[in-house]
Design a protein around this ligand. Structure first.
Ligand SMILES: Cc1cc2nc3c(=O)[nH]c(=O)nc-3n(C[C@H](O)[C@H](O)[C@H](O)COP(=O)(O)O)c2cc1C
Length: 149
C-alpha cells in the first residue's frame, strides 16, 4: 500500500506554551493522547517535536487515514500559523514506531529543520555542499532524543 507523508510547522497557543517543556500533564499530553488514539486506528505514525512554543510534526500512513488525521490537525484550535513543509509519497515508513509521540527540541533546532530543504522527503542523499535535508535534520533530532532507533 502506498504510504504518504506530511510535515508542517506551527505555533502553539499560549495555554500550551505556558505549560512548558517536560510537563507530563496538561493540554499537550491530552492532544497527543487524542492524536495517538485516532492515528492508531487510521494506521498513521509519526512524531511531534515541540520546543516550548512551536510544533514541527511529521505524519505518515495510507492516504485515507493520513488525510483525515491531517484535517484534524488543520482544524485544531491549539495551534496557529500552520505552514506545510512538504506533503507527498514516501517509499517506506521512516517513523513506524509511534502512533504519535511528542519529543522536546531546542528552539534553534526547530527553526533550522523548518527552514531546511523540504523539496521532498529524501534522506541521506545529499552532498556536503548541499547540506542536510529537512528530513535528515528531523530524523537527527528524533535520534538525539531516542537513542534506540
Ligand atoms: C500540534 C497538534 C498535533 C496534532 N496531531 C494530530 C495527529 O497526529 N492526529 C490526529 O488525528 N489529530 C491530531 N491533532 C488533533 C488533536 O488530536 C485534537 O483533536 C485537537 O487538538 C483538539 O482540538 P483543539 O486543539 O481545537 O482543542 C493534533 C493537534 C495539534 C494541535
Amino acid at each position: 500500500m502506498p504510504i504518504r507523508a506530511v510535515a508542517y510547522a506551527s505555533e502553539a497557543i499560549r495555554e500550551i506554551a505556558a505549560d512548558g517543556l517536560g510537563q507530563t500533564e496538561g493540554k499537550l499530553c491530552a492532544i497527543v493522547d487524542d492524536a495517538a488514539r485516532f492515528n492508531r486506528n487510521a494506521g498513521v505514525t509519526g512524531v511531534l517535536l515541540f520546543d516550548g512554543e512551536h510544533f514541527l510534526q511529521y505524519l505518515e500512513g495510507p492516504e485515507d487515514g493520513l488525510s483525515v488525521a491531517y484535517s484534524r490537525v488543520i482544524g485544531a484550535s491549539s495551534h496557529t500559523g500552520l505552514v506545510e513543509l512538504q506533503r507527498g509519497r514516501v517509499g517506506h515508513r521512516r517513523l513506524p514506531f509511534w502512533p504519535m509521540r511528542w519529543l522536546p527540541a531546542e528552539l534553534h533546532e526547530l527553526g533550522r529543520i523548518a527552514e531546511a530543504d523540504w523539496t521532498d522527503f529524501a534522506q541521506g542523499e545529499r552532498t556536503a555542499e548541499q547540506g542536510p535535508s529537512g528530513m535528515d535534520l528531523l530524523m537527527g533530532a528524533v535520534k538525539q532524543q531516542v537513542a534506540a532507533i
